[in-house]
Design a protein around this ligand. Structure first.
Ligand code: ZN
Length: 168
């Protein structure tokens, strides 16, 4: 994830530099830091509210530090991206291929007009949506190059033979 504790810490340092007028802001940032710790498990709603409140506090305190404002704007932007990624990911489910590989599969109910596709779980961990490319036996992630087997060679051989038989 792009936003992290280092970002929060640097925002907090800036808030400290801005002086006494930003006492409220600093308190808001403390709250924000706590919420970031909980965000992964509890969802991002509280965090979003805290960020909005903090932005109002910064405006009210008339903080002269434009760096702080920029950092906050960046945080809000990154949070919005994280949330949109999260809601997009809800259209997928973890699925085990017949060979035991674990990938994200588009839920049937969410498919709509989109073709059936799979996401790389490795890249999902890094908050990247990477669609696996390949064919029904074997697919590869174009981003991290992890390869996933979707079928055993025996079953593929069998299905090829069946096709040959059908052709006869
Ligand atoms: Zn990947």
């Amino acid at each position: 994830m792009d936003w992290n504790f280092e970002t929060i810490s640097s925002v907090m340092e800036l808030a400290g530099d801005a002086g006494a007028a930003t006492g409220k802001v600093a308190k808001g940032l403390e709250t924000l830091k706590t919420l970031f710790k909980k965000a992964e498990t509890d969802g991002d709603t509280n965090l979003k509210i805290a960020l909005s409140e903090l932005a109002v506090q910064v405006a009210n305190a008339q903080v002269a530090n434009s760096d702080l404002k920029l950092k906050l704007a960046k945080l809000q932007d990154e949070l919005a991206k994280a949330q949109s990624f999260k809601s997009d990911l809800e259209r997928y489910e973890l699925w085990e291929t017949p060979t035991g590989a674990i990938v994200y599969r588009l839920k049937q109910a969410s498919q709509g007009s989109q073709p059936k596709h799979y996401l790389c779980p490795n890249c999902v961990e890094d908050r990247h949506k990477s669609i696996l490319q390949g064919h029904e036996e074997h697919r590869k992630c174009p981003r991290c190059s992890t390869e996933y087997r979707f079928a055993t060679s025996e079953s593929v051989t069998f299905s090829r033979r069946s096709d040959d038989w059908a052709a006869w």
